[in-house]
Design a protein around this ligand. Structure first.
Ligand code: GSH
Length: 204
């Protein structure tokens, strides 16, 4: 049995649960992180010395870092489905996974946090700062998605799994940021996936 530790409203946990659902794999999930705690316990730290969520255990294999978990699940259970055999094609998904985490995640998180601030407590400044930091990555993403159904081409893959929860967060901040039609259309395609829709509501 596969076990996942993590609260459901984390986009990094959502990536893992979404992958498991796409692959129709059975799993159990244990609440951890945020108000659930657990991540500072010695048993948890033995699995992930960073004390962060998610963690995934599959038999003897224990993995942390959400992208590493998604890659593991796709390679072990989704070869030819979510994970391509051709190394060059695989690298397309890999680079967008890295881009989503290293370039896109922080500006989206900044807007998400600014949106939740109380009016008057520096909220407007925080929104302006987040908008500026989103400008370049959103421009790149819009150009790439203009001619593609999914981030690495026509076929859905793990590049989308790493990227879409952040796109979803961006779309949830509608009114504060206009991401443009290419990103909005991509978001509609992803939301149309049953496995994503099961987890999307909890990615606040
Ligand atoms: N790069 C890591 C980030 C892990 C991370 O920072 N997770 C957050 C939730 S998204 C966390 O553990 N926050 C502390 C908590 O929830 O207690 C990954 O992708 O797994």
């Amino acid at each position: 049995m596969i076990t996942v530790w993590g609260r459901t409203n984390s986009p990094n946990v959502a990536k893992v649960l979404w992958t498991l659902d796409e692959l129709e794999l059975a799993y159990e999930r244990i609440d951890a992180g945020g108000a659930f705690g657990l991540t500072g316990e010695p048993e948890y730290l033995a699995m992930n010395p960073n004390g962060r969520i998610p963690v995934c255990r599959d038999g003897e294999v224990v993995i942390w870092e959400s992208n590493a978990i998604v890659r593991y699940l796709a390679s072990r259970y989704g070869e030819g489905l979510l994970r391509h055999e051709n190394a060059g094609r695989r690298s397309l998904d890999d680079r967008w996974m890295d881009w989503a985490s290293l370039t896109f995640y922080q500006p989206v998180l900044a807007l998400h946090r600014a949106a939740k601030m109380e009016a008057g407590a520096g909220r407007d400044e925080a929104i302006t700062k987040a908008r500026v930091s989103l400008g370049e990555p959103v421009s790149v993403l819009s150009k790439v998605l203009k001619d593609k159904k999914h981030i690495a081409g026509d076929a859905f893959g793990i590049g989308d799994i790493a990227l879409a929860p952040h796109v979803h967060r961006l779309m949830n901040a509608a009114g504060l940021f206009e991401p443009g039609e290419a990103i909005a259309a991509y978001h509609r395609r992803i939301v149309g996936r049953v496995a994503f829709s099961r987890h999307a509501a909890s990615i606040l």
